[in-house]
Design a protein around this ligand. Sequence first.
Ligand code: PHE
Length: 450
Amino acid sequence: MVEKNRATLGGRLSAVLVAAGSAVGLGNIWRFPYIAGENGGGAFLIIYIGCILLLGIPVLLSEFAIGRHTHKNSVGAYRSLSKPWTPLGYNSVISSLLILGFYFVVSGWTLEYFTTSVSGAIAEFTSSAVNAEKFTAFTTNPLRPIICTILFALLTHIVIALGVQKGIERSSKLLMPVLFVMLIVLAVRSIMMPNGVDGLRFFFSPDFSKVTGKTFLDAMGQAFFSLSIGLGCMITYSSYFNDRTNLQKTAYNVIALDTLVAVLSGMVIFPAVFSVGIEPTAGPSLVFVTLPSIFNTMTFGPLWSALFFLLLILAALTSTISLHEVLTAYLHEERNLSRTKAAWVVTIVTTLLACASSLSLGAWSDFRICGLNLFDSLDFVTANILLPLGGFFTSIFAGWVLNRSILRDEVSDHGSMKCRLFGLLVMLLRYVCPALLLWIFLYNLGLFRL
Ligand code: PHE
C-alpha cells in the first residue's frame, strides 16, 4: 500500500535526471581518474566498462524494479517482499552512512577550492609541487576541512528538509547540460597542453601488464560506487517513480550519462597529469593537484576554476542528497520519526563520522584499521566490499527469490519488453552476476586463482 502523501516524481525526464544526479558525482570526476591512474589507465577503462555492462545493468534494473514495485525505503522494500531478506535493506542503511562518512569530507574540499578560486588565490597554485603541498596542508589541517565538511552537510540537510523533488528536479535539469559542456571544454583545453596527447594515450591504449586481481576488484567497486548501486539508493529513488516511468530507458540513460562523465573526466585529468609531470598514481589528491594547473594556463583562470568547482559542488550535492535520503526515508518510514527529526538525526550522525574521517588524514592519522586510516578504510570497505556484496545478494534476490512476474512486470513496464531480453536479464541475475562477483571476491582473498 503506497503511503498517501509519499512524494512521486513528475515525468520521465525527472526520473532520469534525479537518478543520474545520484550517479554522477565525485565518483566520476574525483574517484574514477585516480583509481584508473593507479590501475594502468586504458586497461582499467575496458574492465570497468565490462563491469558496467555485465553487473551494472542487471543490478540497476533490479533495484529499480524493487523500488517502484514496493514504493518503500530499502529496508521496507525487502521486508515487504520477503522478510528473511530484510538484512539486505540494512546493508543499504549502513553503507550509506559509511559512504557519507568520507563523501562529505571530499565534498567539503570542493567548497574550499571553490572559495579559493572566487577569491583569486588559486592563481598561487603555480606548479604541481606547490599544488600538492597546498593540498596536503589543507587536508591535514585540523579545523578548515572540518568547517567545510559541516557546511556541506548543512547544505545537504537544507535540500532534504525542503523536500527533495522540486529543488533537485529543477536544478538537475539546468546543471547536467552545463556540466557536460564544461567537461568538454576542459577536455579540449587539457589535451592541448604540452604532452597532453601522452595522457590520452595512457587512458585509451590498454596496457594489460598492469592488470592484477586488484584491478578487477577496483573496477567492480568503482562501477557499483559510480552507479550508486548495491546499497539500495536506487531502490529508494525509484520508490518515487510513477507507473509511467520507463525503467529500462531510465536505466540505460543513467548508465550512459554516468559513463560519459567518467570518460570525459579521464580526458581532462590524464592529459593534464602528463603535461605537468605528476604521477598518474598520485591517489585521491590527483584532481585537486592537476586541475588548478590547467586553470592557471587559461585566461580568466580563476573564473574557470570557480565555475568548475561550483559544478563539482553541485554534482557532489545531488549525490549526498541521495545518500541522505536513503537514511532519512528509513528513519521516517520504519522508525516513525517525523521527516524533520529523521533528517536531523542523519545529518548529525553522518557529520560526526565525517569529521572523524577528516581528522584521520592529519591529527588522527596514527589510528589505523588494517593499515588504512579511517578515511581510506571507509572508502575501501564500502566501494570494494559492501556495495559489491549488496550487488551479489541483490542479483540473487532478483534472480531466484523475487516473484518472476513482478520482475517482468516492472522491468517491462507491464509487458513492453521483448522476451529474449528478459531471459538474458534473468540469466545474468541468476548466474553471471553472482558468479562473477564471487570470483572477484575470492580471487582477492587469494582463495581462487585461475
Ligand atoms: N554515485 C555517486 C558518485 O559517483 C556516489 C554515490 C554512491 C551516491 C552510492 C549514492 C550512493 O559520486
